[in-house]
Design a protein around this ligand. Structure first.
Ligand code: SPV
Ligand code: MN
Length: 627
């Protein structure tokens, strides 16, 4: 007979560690931990209950073992990933599917049996000479119907430290739920390290998601998007679970937008990586609930959302004192912050792309010792920080934190926003005609020019429905249908909007300043509360010039000339028609289970655009549609 899990744990853990694990009355949990201790074979094991003492232990270990270095500001540290491990590895990330299951050509899958064999082979003995950290978390607020407990095994103190900043501790939930607990499981190993303490065997980098067992495996990588189990890895498990249970897991920020007389309307917003999601969630004057992942449920015929996380793993590129004053302040105040892949100078200060002040001439960064002009092995100039360099911070350190972060029932959602990197098609802000129109022509039609958040070439327009394509673990058509169904039978359906922060003129200059988005959110808040009228165009409802002019004055103290409005909000018929062609082509060829209504709604939009072109030409001022 095989050894009992508790006996294995007793033989491998010290007394305190064993005590902590055996206090959780859950045989499946013990079995899981015992299995992976046996397989990975760490030298030491530390169990964290999330007590301040345990959190301190992990923080200190990250410094002692060289995964992080202290910086000049108290509490700040820096971590480096391998030069070639700076983004999510889409190529080697796969959903494990049993024989006969198809998720369609746009979702990366691996045959389950084969992949399990491969990853177990890779992980055999992978933690020899290392310490294993075992931590417990709760995805979502404590005592909430939204929430899911999770356990992480990792040999990286940086990963455990990051999770302690980003997620709510869950040891108590495990103890409380006992044998009832169903939970997500994450096993990560950074594998062998090089002299700079970064993962060495990138050829064997693998991230495998197994929805059948709710386990995710990650090996030979350190970059957060590949390793922080609770983040994008858990998201794939939750999308699958939500699909079976009638709720949604979305790549969305959650924020409170503050209207007149103290009114707060909660928004969610989906944006692909590096498209302004965190800076939107951190807009001055509004309050943040979350910046990356939300669970949405229908409760009493309303849409409610919680932030799965309690911290941010945000992009640091471009943060400066003018455009991002709140983040700027947090990044210059003492507190627990991990920076990753930025430039560190001799006096232990951090610098990043487009920070205030000049780039220091030298320092060390994700490429090792660095100086201005340094080139990599392909002759490409290495920027001072990586474009996907990040900061990890608890939301409680942000002065704009919304008081409802931990509300077990979440917040009622009044609006859902979709936006991507789009230089020439969508207007800066537009309301969908209704739920179905919004889900199809905005969410399901989202495209974005690629960025540094994933490995590969930047600047190519790609299809990214709801900005969630990278994380889907169910067929795209089913996911779109789930979204369509979600809006049915509601008391007050959230309004759906699109935004475009990246519209350019013919000389490739941005048509808007970064801070203009403050106005778009105030306008949307008024729309949700019937405080302002709009103009119905073939693509949706756009603001009236006078309303924006007033808001630009009130919110930004800025004039808003009519010529700016005309240029930004003209309906670009050829570009919109071309987009419909692209999207229809994708849903016709790369998605095998597209709901028919997608084609119908896109065709209706095409017909409206063609009708408008007949009357007014290719580029049409919104005023032409005003009644
Ligand atoms: C994103 O890229 O969307 C992120 C960071 O939020 S990652 O953890 O890499 O997914
Ligand atoms: Mn994200």
């Amino acid at each position: 007979m095989s050894e009992k899990p508790l006996a294995i744990l007793k033989s491998r853990l010290d007394e305190r560690g064993y005590d902590k694990l055996s206090r959780i009355n859950n045989g499946l949990l013990h079995q899981f931990v015992a299995d992976y201790i046996k397989l990975c074979n760490p030298d030491e094991i530390f169990v964290s209950t999330g007590s301040s003492e345990d959190l301190e232990y992990i923080r200190e270990k990250a410094i002692k073992n060289g995964e992080e270095e202290r910086l000049s500001i108290t509490g700040h540290t820096v971590h480096f990933d391998n030069y070639h491990d700076q983004g999510r590895d889409k190529e080697h990330t796969g959903i494990l599917v049993p024989e006969g299951v198809e998720l369609g050509p746009a979702i990366k899958t691996k045959p389950r049996d084969e992949a399990l064999k491969e990853i177990h082979e890779i992980m055999k003995g992978i933690m020899v000479g290392k310490e294993l950290y075992i931590s417990f978390y709760c995805l979502g607020p404590a005592d909430s119907r939204f929430s899911i407990p999770a356990i992480q095994l990792t040999d990286s103190s940086y990963v455990a430290h990051s999770e302690n900043i980003l997620y709510r501790q869950g040891y108590g939930e495990f103890v409380k739920r006992g044998p009832e607990a169903t939970f997500y499981k994450f096993v990560h190993s950074q594998g062998e390290l090089d002299g700079r303490r970064t993962s060495k065997n990138l050829g064997k980098r693998r991230i495998y998601i197994d929805p059948e067992d709710n386990i995710v495996y990650s090996a030979n990588t350190q970059y957060g998007g590949n390793t922080i189990g609770l983040k994008k890895l858990a998201m794939r498990l939750a999308i699958n679970q939500g699909s079976m249970q009638g709720w949604l897991t979305e790549h969305m920020l959650v924020m409170g937008v503050h209207g007149p007389e103290g009114r707060v309307t909660y928004f969610t917003g989906a944006f692909p990586s590096l498209c302004g999601k965190t800076s939107t969630a951190m807009l001055e004057g509004e309050t943040i609930v979350g910046d990356d992942i939300a669970y949405l449920r229908k409760v009493n015929d309303e849409v409610r959302a919680v932030n799965v996380e309690k911290g941010m793993f945000g992009i640091i590129q471009g943060i400066n004192s003018k455009d991002d004053p709140i983040q700027w302040k947090s990044l210059h105040s003492p507190g627990e912050i991990i920076l990753s892949n930025v430039l560190i100078t001799e006096d232990e200060n951090a610098h990043w792309i487009e920070k205030d002040d000049d780039v220091p001439p030298k320092g060390h960064n994700h490429s090792g010792e660095w100086h201005i002009g340094k080139k990599d092995e392909k002759g490409k100039e290495i920027t001072c920080s990586h474009p996907n360099a990040r900061f990890t911070i608890a939301l409680e350190l942000c002065e704009n934190l919304d008081p409802k972060l931990d509300a077990p029932e979440g917040v009622v959602i009044g609006a859902i926003v979709y936006g991507g990197r789009d230089s020439d098609t969508w207007v800066p802000v537009e309301e969908a005609l209704d739920w179905e129109h919004g889900i199809i022509t905005k969410g399901a039609s989202l495209e974005s020019e690629t960025t540094a958040a994933t490995l590969g070439k930047e600047g190519i327009r790609v299809f990214n429905p709801m900005s969630n394509l990278d994380f889907l673990s169910i067929p795209i058509g089913r996911y779109i249908q789930n979204n369509l169904d979600f809006g049915k039978d509601l008391n007050k359906t959230p309004r759906i909007f699109s935004v475009n922060y990246f519209l350019k003129d013919e000389n490739a200059n941005f048509l808007n300043e970064k801070t203009d988005k403050k106005v778009w959110y105030k306008w949307m808040e008024l729309r949700v509360n019937d405080g302002v009228e709009a103009i119905e165009t073939p693509t949706g409802r756009v603001p009236k010039y006078g309303d924006l002019k007033k808001l630009f004055g009130d919110v930004l103290g800025k004039d808003y000339p009519k010529s700016d409005y005309e240029e930004q909000f003209m309906i670009r018929v050829p570009e919109n028609l071309a987009k419909i062609d692209r999207i229809k082509e994708i849903y016709g060829t790369r998605v095998s289970d597209t709901p028919q209504v997608v084609f119908k709604v896109l065709e209706e939009q095409r017909a409206k655009l063609l009708g408008a072109r007949e009357r007014f030409g290719n580029y049409i001022s919104p005023d032409k549609f005003a009644r």
